[in-house]
Design a protein around this ligand. Sequence first.
Ligand code: ADP
Ligand code: ADP
Length: 226
Amino acid sequence: MARIRFENVEKKYANGFHAVKDLNLDIRDKEFLVLLGPSGCGKSTTLNMIAGLEEVSDGNLLFDDELVNYTPPHKRDVAMVFQSYALYPHKTVFDNIAFGLQMRKAPRAEIETRVRDAARKLEIEHLLDRRPSQLSGGQRQRVALGRAMVRDPAVFLMDEPLSNLDAALRISMRAEIKELHQQMQTTFVYVTHDQAEALTLADRIVVMRDGVVQQIGSPDDIYERP
Ligand code: ADP
Ligand code: ADP
């Protein structure tokens, strides 16, 4: 499973604000899709609908032809990395990464293997006993990535995951995220307002504005038009 389809999707918040309007979008299996646009244009709302964190107000949201409008987040084969990382401050890095697996009562040996594998790929194996407060921003970001990786989701969702990092680190982490996509062979949906980030990462870019999709295409389609 890794195809996602929005059919005439609308999102209206409880206060009446119409955040996403008539969204039609097919996210392909294993592609790296970037949602790009200025703050407030509806990117996070769109991502949160995929995650199941926000309900669809109208239209259909399908995962591989199955309607998921009413499917709760934990029944969707997705993992999300947030801008704030959302790490547990009192847990070690190991337990932060392992949390989802522990919740689902995976066998200890499997947890150990998966956490160490992810930590090795992310080069944070030496930090497994630390707590988040003892890590740099880039290291925290890697822990958040690790936590999503070990769940081995069909869809990886990322909401501005690099925006709390300094410029140099942001650029090196970009390359790591691209590499992660190649290693994991899964669908990535990535939200950013940063054009350069979108250009480096995306197979396809969805440009949004005021809750409406303005353009969809490869980075070349979108930026090399006369
Ligand atoms: P982006 O991710 O592109 O910055 P969002 O999807 O977060 O945009 O928000 C889109 C619009 O919806 C914004 O105008 C925002 O203020 C509004 N919005 C977001 N969450 C809520 C909410 N819970 N209630 C009402 N309006 C909201
Ligand atoms: P299950 O297999 O029962 O669906 P999961 O392992 O998917 O359980 O997740 C258990 C809980 O841990 C979820 O409620 C989820 O909120 C949280 N969780 C795990 N990993 C992440 C993550 N990467 N991002 C956000 N929440 C997560």
